[in-house]
Design a protein around this ligand. Structure first.
Ligand code: SF4
Length: 218
C-alpha cells in the first residue's frame, strides 16, 4: 500500500507528466526555430527556459495546465513563418470561418487593455496562418471574458522578428540576455537569478560610500 508520502510523490509525478505533455512542443536544441511565445515574452526567461531551466512552482504549473488544457480542447493549431534561416512558430487556439484567428488567455483578473506581449503573439499568429484579423479573448475563473480585436500589423511583426533574432543569436553564442524588468518578474521563477545579485551589489555600493565617505571613483 502506498504511504502518504509515496502517494504525494506519485500524484506530483503524474501532474508533471500532464504538464509536460500539454506544454508547447519547442525544439530547444534548434536555435533557428523560435516560438512566438518565446519571442513575445521576456528574452531572458525564454533563454533560461532553454538553456538552464528551473522547475515551475506549483502555482505556475497549475495555471499552465489550465491554459494548455483549454488550448488542447480547442484545437491548438500550429504553423510557422520563415524569415531567412529563422522559423518563427506559432500556435493558434481556433480559426473561425477560416478567417479569424482566436487566441485565449486564462487570467485571474480581466484586464482593461490587452497586454502587449499577447498582442505581439496574436499578430505573429496572423502572419504564420496568413490571416488578416484576430481576436484575443481573456477568460477568468468565473467564466467571464473580455475580447480585443487586432488587424495584421507589419510593425508589430517586425518587432517579434527582431526579438526572435536576438534570442536566436544569444542562444548560439551562449550569452544570457539582459534583464527585462516588467510585471512578469514578480511571479517569475528566475527572479532570484535576475535580482538577488543586483540587490547585493547595490548594497555593497552604498556600504563603500558610507565607510569611506566618498564615491567609488575617488
Ligand atoms: S525575472 Fe524578469 S527579467 Fe528575469 S527572467 Fe523573469 S521575467 Fe525576465
Amino acid at each position: 500500500m502506498l504511504g502518504a508520502r509515496n502517494l504525494r510523490d506519485t500524484i506530483e509525478k503524474s501532474f508533471d507528466k500532464i504538464h509536460d505533455d500539454l506544454g508547447l512542443k519547442i525544439d530547444k536544441s534548434n536555435s533557428d526555430r523560435i516560438h512566438a511565445a518565446e519571442a513575445s515574452t521576456c528574452t531572458r526567461l525564454a533563454y533560461y527556459d532553454r538553456r538552464d531551466p528551473l522547475k515551475p512552482t506549483g502555482e505556475q504549473k497549475n495555471l499552465a495546465m489550465l491554459s494548455n488544457g483549454f488550448r488542447h480542447a480547442l484545437g491548438n493549431l500550429h504553423s510557422e513563418y520563415k524569415v531567412d534561416a529563422l522559423s518563427i512558430e506559432a500556435n493558434a487556439d481556433i480559426i473561425i470561418a477560416e478567417e479569424f484567428v482566436v487566441r485565449f488567455e486564462v487570467v485571474s483578473e480581466l484586464p482593461e487593455v490587452p497586454k502587449p506581449r499577447h498582442m505581439l503573439y496574436l499578430n505573429a499568429c496572423l502572419f504564420a496562418f496568413k490571416k488578416d484579423e484576430g481576436f484575443l479573448i481573456y477568460v477568468n475563473g468565473d467564466g467571464k471574458s473580455v475580447e480585443f480585436s487586432l488587424s495584421k500589423n507589419n510593425r508589430m511583426f517586425e518587432e517579434i522578428v527582431r526579438r526572435a533574432r536576438v534570442l536566436s543569436t544569444l542562444l548560439k553564442e551562449g550569452k544570457t540576455p539582459i534583464v527585462e524588468p516588467s510585471e512578469l518578474c514578480q511571479r517569475c521563477r528566475y527572479y532570484e537569478r535576475c535580482y538577488a545579485v543586483r540587490e547585493k551589489e547595490e548594497k555593497g555600493g552604498d556600504l563603500i560610500a558610507e565607510l569611506f565617505g566618498k564615491s567609488k571613483k575617488n
